[in-house]
Design a protein around this ligand. Structure first.
Ligand code: OSB
Ligand code: MG
Length: 365
């Protein structure tokens, strides 16, 4: 598979509803898309870097720079046996996982198309339906949040995750639990707490949460292990797990009992599979996180979620929760039982991509 050219595009699309976390509110997404042109087939990848370096250190701007100056040149003109060969070619660049994932995943997509295989089969996935949860951001009022939860439960979603931060946590969880004592519920702090708040965090135990996601620093494993020992509720790590090695260390330390795998954060399908395998070997369940992706990234999250150890509902949900119109066809749909059919094949709507593109560069070998 020869990599003949790479196109970078930035698209802009308003979210149907703003999404707020402990680090800020997003109303419109800027998304960097990568197209890899390989001997007659085009593979698409999505960069999950945010508009600002708030979730992690990357942003659309840094990814655009690193992709155009370093990563695209590292693979252009190369003949790859498989997309698996891309990561070593890009390894001279330290970190920048979301930029690398966008390109690596575009190559996986191209390889699947070239071999005429569904991407999930190329990855070795076995699940035919994906259990879905939703991640619901911080709202203006608790009543507004309860209303949103009611809508998502009625739609069939199998797990509700809310965003928490100091001042938007215990009372909110209390209101949810008094209305729905039995639903599968979790929360995500995106690093909003410190170890000084252990006593406060211990109060989360009363709500019988499936997990508390990333309560402490985004680069920390050790103090999460200290915290986990003091909580009954399982911790789940998101930001802190950037490699399969991180997963190994986290599990050795006892820093969490569940891991959220995000393709961008770990640098693409190859490393995501390794994180999956480390967790599987140690009987630690994983689930697929989301980064407010367009259909391109969403389809890749679905393919990843077909791997056997993705046993918990992920944050991979229907296109219409995010977009008036998604850039893939068909859009991602979720059944009334809360599953996505993993056998659906998605196609990029290039006409729509063109309409929402604000910049584009084609880089040839
Ligand atoms: O921590 O999981 C997170 C969105 C942006 C940045 C970080 C996170 C999230 C989500 C949204 O929780 C998941 C989604 O619906 O895509
Ligand atoms: Mg998270």
């Amino acid at each position: 598979m020869k990599v003949e050219a790479i196109t970078l595009r930035e698209i802009r699309m308003p979210l149907v509803h703003f999404f707020e976390t402990s680090f800020g509110r997003t109303t419109e997404r800027r998304i960097l898309l990568v197209t890899a042109h390989c001997e007659g087939v085009n593979g698409w990848g999505e960069c999950t870097a945010g508009e600002h370096p708030f979730y992690n250190e990357e942003s659309v701007e840094t990814a655009w720079y690193v992709l155009s100056k370093y990563l695209a040149p590292a693979v252009l003109g190369r003949s790859l046996e498989s997309a698996r060969d891309a990561a070593p070619l890009m390894a001279q660049v330290r970190e920048h996982h979301m930029a690398k994932a966008a390109l690596e995943n575009a190559l996986w997509d191209a390889e699947a198309r070239q071999k005429n295989l569904p991407l999930c089969k190329l990855l070795g996935g076995t699940r035919v339906q994906i259990p879905c949860g939703v991640s619901i951001g911080i709202q203006e009022t608790v009543d507004a949040l309860l209303e949103k939860i009611a809508v998502e439960l009625a739609a069939g979603y199998r797990r509700i995750k809310i965003k928490v931060k100091p001042g938007w946590d215990l009372e909110v969880l209390e209101r949810i639990r008094s209305r729905w004592p039995e639903i599968i519920l979790s929360c995500d702090a995106n690093s909003a707490y410190t170890l000084d708040q252990v006593e406060h965090l211990r109060k989360f135990d009363q709500f019988r949460l499936l997990m508390i996601e990333q309560p402490l620093w985004s680069d920390d494993l050790y103090f999460h292990a200290r915290l986990q020992k003091q909580l009954a509720t399982a911790l789940c790590l998101d930001e802190s797990i950037r490699t399969a090695r991180d997963a190994d260390v986290a599990l050795d330390l006892g820093a969490c009992r569940i891991i959220n795998i995000k393709l961008g954060r770990v640098g693409g399908f190859s490393e995501a599979r390794r994180v999956h395998d480390v967790c599987q070997a140690r009987s630690i369940p994983v689930w697929c996180g989301g980064m407010l992706e367009s259909g391109v990234g969403r389809a890749h999250n679905i393919a990843l979620s077909t791997l056997a150890n993705f046993s918990l509902p992920g944050d991979v949900s229907a296109s219409k929760r995010y977009w008036k119109e998604d850039i893939i066809e068909p859009e991602v749909e979720v059944s009334h039982e809360g599953f996505i059919d993993a056998e659906v094949q998605y196609r990029v709507r290039e006409d729509l991509v063109k309409r929402v593109t604000v910049r584009k560069v084609a880089i040839a070998a």
